[in-house]
Design a binder for this molecule. Structure first.
Ligand code: ATP
Ligand code: MG
Length: 404
């Protein structure tokens, strides 16, 4: 049996407490809250699936025994790749959780082996932005040891981005009072994905969507720099903001997903269950339309999240939105957009309007508004992209599907 203590920085506080302990035995997890915390009746990340109580939550089978709200603090494909290389072999799920560093986990959870959190846990380790070029070289070196995987049909292989689960290089760097997620162009990328992501996200920002702040660093390779929205600087330290992925909201498993649970409307329902303001449901609907507009079919539930802000769960700023590299607008998104599944059609996208607190008429006007951005989007792409990237981003545009 393997065990890990789970620490948590309390919301809007510097205090780090022991939230509980996770035991995993042959892929089955059991989580128990710390008795002290149970007595304090404190805040917990997922009171719906893991209510605060003295008894164990047993028989956890998702994510190899890891509850979703803890799995959100575990490394993704890239983090696992780096750890596996350091260890000389693959690790199991709890191994990845324990071996990854506390300073850059998403959200406010941390992990350790002692009952009480070590002093200053998670505060050290953040590299300064000046080391960006070092990171580019490091990432390049790691990626050079993995096969390109593009030998059958290039297009098919490129589509593996999402199934690898965020396997592209990324790291968190510090720039003064801001933490930044840096995503360099991967040596396996045939195209300048950071430039495409920048063009797409900056357009969303222009159109008034709530987007993580992005910048394109032009160095030896282009690097997308994204402000981390799950940290705020406070007296020279970084305070952690609780964050839950939509994958956790849907109680789904990344490795063995029941894909019929991957539904925008279900994410909206779960947000409502956690009292997220209705305006955020409207925003989620608009993002779904935006993904259809720009042809981002990598819009899986790890690419949506809620964060705890101002004493409430709110939809996080938008992140990881990139036009497909397929050379045509995707006919389907990653999650179901309506009662007929994942297919992007006007009728389908209207069918779940009420889950987003929208009447059919209101939903139609959002669809029309977003489809109406097409000409401006093309102009925006022309300003920020050229060559193959401009061609691919333009080919991905699916405005016509929102009108049909
Ligand atoms: N601005 C941000 N602030 C905080 N956390 C973020 C931010 N952007 C992304 N994340 C977290 O980091 C994870 C990985 O980031 P992202 O989705 O952008 O990369 P990726 O999935 O590796 O990208 P790609 O699909 O291009 O390979 C996300 O799932 C999310 O949990
Ligand atoms: Mg992602």
């Amino acid at each position: 049996m393997a065990s890990a203590y789970i620490y948590m920085q309390l919301p809007e506080s510097d205090e780090v407490v022991t939230l509980g302990r996770l035991d995993i035995n042959r892929g089955i997890g059991a989580f128990v809250y710390s008795p002290t915390y149970v007595n304090q009746r404190g805040w917990v990340p997922d009171p719906i699936r893991y209510p605060l109580r003295g008894e164990f939550h047993e028989g956890i089978t998702t994510n190899s025994g890891i509850p979703g709200f803890i799995r959100d603090a575990a490394p993704d494909g890239w983090g696992q790749r780096v750890l596996a290389k350091a260890a000389g072999s693959d690790l199991d799920a709890i191994g990845y959780l324990m071996k990854s560093t506390n300073h850059d986990r998403t959200g406010n959870l941390m992990v350790g082996t002692t009952k009480t959190p070590p002093r200053g846990v998670g505060q050290a380790g953040m590299a300064n932005i000046t080391s960006l070029e070092d990171f580019i070289a490091f990432a390049d070196n790691i990626q050079s040891q993995f096969p390109r995987q593009i030998d059958v049909v290039a297009r098919q292989a490129l589509r593996q981005r999402s199934s690898l689960g965020g396997a592209r290089p990324k790291c968190t760097l510090r720039r003064g009072e801001q933490l930044i997620l840096a995503k360099p162009r991967d040596r396996h990328d045939d195209f300048d994905v950071p430039a495409m992501e920048y063009a797409c996200m900056s357009f969303a920002q222009v159109k008034g969507l709530n987007v993580a702040k992005v910048e394109l660093h032009r160095g030896s390779k282009n690097v997308l720099l994204v402000d981390r929205f799950d940290r705020i600087a406070q007296d020279g330290r970084f305070r952690r903001i609780p964050m839950l992925s939509a994958l956790t909201l849907l109680d789904s498993d990344w490795q063995a997903p029941e894909r019929n649970r991957w539904r925008y409307a279900a994410v909206a329902d779960e947000m409502r269950r956690r009292q997220v303001p209705l305006s955020d449901l409207h925003e989620l609907y608009k993002r779904m339309c935006f993904n259809a507009l720009v042809g981002n079919d990598d819009d899986h539930p790890k690419n949506h999240a809620i964060i705890w802000q101002g004493n409430a769960w709110r939809l996080s700023p938008m992140y990881d939105v990139v036009p497909t590299l397929d050379g045509e607008s995707p006919a389907s998104l990653s999650m179901e957009v309506g009662s007929s599944g994942r297919r992007v059609t006007r009728e389908n996208m209207l069918s779940h309007a009420k889950h987003f607190d929208l009447s059919i008429e209101q939903a139609e006007s959002v669809l029309d508004e977003v489809a109406g951005w097409e000409a401006e989007l093309i102009t925006h792409y022309q300003q920020h992209l050229a060559g193959d990237e401009l061609m691919l981003a333009s080919q991905a545009i699916g405005a016509f599907r929102l009108r049909e």
